[in-house]
Structures are given as structure tokens and as C-alpha cells.
Design a protein around this ligand. Structure first.
Ligand code: AMP
Length: 291
């Protein structure tokens, strides 16, 4: 009989900025490079793809788990965001992450002399996720800046599932922290195509089935493109999805993949990006596809 023993690497778990900084200083002293994977926890294979990418490119991989209240425009959404710290730690351990930082809100934002980092995100903050979730991207750049100031990574890893977020981070790195290299990691999907998300845990069985419509709609648009114009496709699929019970489209947009500006005419292959945000029951899901 064989007993399968999973190899667990040593994962350092830090709740304090000071201890984390001490650990990282000792690594930097011996010229180790640091790769950072910021997350809000409730970890899954999408997050692990970032950890694996970070593992390939960095000597020391640091994940962070913090459900950042400042990037939620809706208190109920924040309150019901899934939390599974123990499972997260186990998953990071089996995926050879070196350290995880799990700060409290107080330790990040609570100091008397704390000043929020702000930057002008231009139109990026006013379209799509920026328009639908006011303040969201300001909250994102504030926490990412804080994490950069604590961790000083050489590399940072973000998922293309949050396409607009990646553009916001790119803008931030151009403005400040230009020494940090950004890696854009592809979307990881379930075998049936649903983009993996922490929020999928909030779906019941029927909603999980309905959620498949996001990816199917992206694929339909990719198939139908060129045969019809951009707006007709958006309208047709919005109408079709809105007819489904418990499904409400927040937006379907077809944009230039470089600028996220609405397309009036198709671009060359690889430059057309369809982005979708849909409420399935009370759960808001997003996805996108480049074609
Ligand atoms: P979150 O915990 O949702 O804030 O996500 C943390 C990071 O994981 C972000 O850079 C996300 O874009 C990335 N991520 C989440 N889901 C996926 C996925 N299915 N595929 C690739 N990256 C993902």
C-alpha cells in the first residue's frame, strides 16, 4: 500500500508589518528578489496561477491577504465577502509560497499620521468598473501603494480577470514605483469555462449554472464579430441575458484593448476586448475576452 504524502514547503505567516519587513530585509541583504501577489483571500486556482508565475520569476514569493474595505462601494458586498484563512494558508503552503502577510485594517490605516495615497486615474476611474463602483480603484491604488511601501517588491503579479485593474496598476507604476515590474497573468477558468472567482462560492447550484452565461456570451460575441456591428452585438446579448430569470446585466462593453475606450468599429485581431459584468442573483461577476 502506498501512502501519498503531500510535500509542504515552509510558509512564513506574518500578521505584523514590522516582522514581515524584518524577514524581507534579511532576504534583500542576500540579494533575493521579491515577487508580490496581492489578494483578498478565499484563494483558488486563479490566485495559485499567480503564485506559480511569481515562483518562476522571483526568489521569494510573498502573498498578501486583506479584504480591503476601501475598495468596496457596497457595505453588504464587503460584509459577505468570503473568508477562509486556514484553507488559504494551506493552499499557499502547497504551492510553495514563501510568506503570507495578513494585516489588520488597524495596522494598515490606523496610524495617527496616516495619509491616504491618491493619484489621478483619469478616465480609467470613470468607465466600466470605475463608473459602476465609485471609489473602487482609488481603494485599490491606496492599498497596493501601501503594500509596495511595506514590501518593496521587485515584481508584482496581477490577473487579467480584472483587466481594468491591471490598466490602473500599469498607470500607477508609470506614475510612481516605476522600479517594480508588472506581470499580467491569464484568466484561469473552470473546466466548463466559468472564470474562477472567490465570489463563485456565493452562488447556489442554479446560479452557478446561470453564471456560465458570462463566458458563453463572450464566446458568442467572438464568433459573431465581423458579421455585425459592435453596438448591435452589445444590445442583442444584453437583451438576451436580461430575459433570463435572476440575471441582470450591469454592462457588456466592447473596447479597444489598449485604451478600454468603446469601439465603434472592429480593430485588428487581438485588439478587440469584450468585457462583461452581470448580477447572477445577488452576486456580481465579471469576465472578459480578447479577440
Ligand atoms: P482578488 O483576491 O479577487 O482581489 O484577486 C487577487 C488577484 O488574483 C488579482 O490580480 C486577480 O485578477 C487575480 N485573479 C482572480 N481570479 C483569477 C482568475 N480566475 N484567473 C487569473 N487571475 C485571477
Amino acid at each position: 500500500m502506498y501512502i501519498c504524502v503531500q510535500k509542504l514547503e515552509l510558509l512564513e505567516v506574518f500578521y505584523s508589518k514590522k516582522k514581515l519587513a524584518g524577514f524581507l530585509d534579511s532576504q534583500k541583504e542576500i540579494e533575493k528578489t521579491i515577487g508580490l501577489v496581492p489578494t483578498m483571500g478565499a484563494l483558488h486556482e486563479g490566485h495559485m496561477s499567480l503564485i506559480k508565475e511569481a515562483r518562476e520569476h522571483s526568489d521569494i514569493v510573498v502573498a498578501t491577504i486583506f479584504v480591503n474595505p476601501k475598495q468596496f462601494d457596497n457595505k453588504e458586498d464587503f460584509d459577505k465577502y468570503p473568508v477562509s484563512i486556514e484553507d488559504d494558508i494551506r493552499m499557499l503552503e502547497t504551492n510553495e509560497c514563501d510568506a503570507v502577510f495578513i494585516p489588520s485594517e488597524e495596522s494598515l490605516y490606523g496610524a495617527d499620521d496616516y495619509r491616504a495615497f491618491e493619484m489621478d486615474l483619469g478616465y480609467l476611474d470613470k468607465i466600466l468598473e470605475g463608473a459602476k463602483r465609485p471609489g473602487h480603484f482609488n481603494g485599490v491604488v491606496e492599498i497596493v501603494h501601501l503594500l509596495f511601501e511595506i514590501i518593496h517588491p521587485d515584481f508584482v503579479f496581477f490577473g487579467m480577470k480584472d483587466y481594468q485593474q491591471v490598466m490602473v496598476i500599469e498607470k500607477m507604476l508609470n506614475y510612481i514605483h516605476s522600479d517594480i515590474l508588472l506581470f499580467r497573468c491569464p484568466i484561469v477558468r473552470e473546466s466548463d469555462g466559468l472564470a474562477i472567482s472567490s465570489r463563485n462560492r456565493q452562488l447556489n447550484r442554479t446560479e452557478r449554472q446561470l453564471a456560465l452565461n458570462l463566458h458563453l456570451t463572450l464566446l458568442d460575441i467572438k464568433d459573431e464579430y465581423k458579421k455585425t456591428n459592435v453596438q448591435t452585438l452589445i444590445d442583442k446579448h444584453t437583451e438576451r441575458l436580461n430575459k433570463l430569470k435572476n440575471v441582470v446585466v450591469d454592462y457588456i462593453e466592447i473596447a479597444d484593448s489598449d485604451t478600454l475606450q468603446h469601439l465603434n468599429e472592429w480593430k485588428s485581431a487581438g485588439k478587440n476586448l469584450v468585457l462583461i459584468a452581470v448580477f447572477v442573483g445577488k452576486v456580481r461577476l465579471i469576465d472578459n475576452l480578447l479577440f
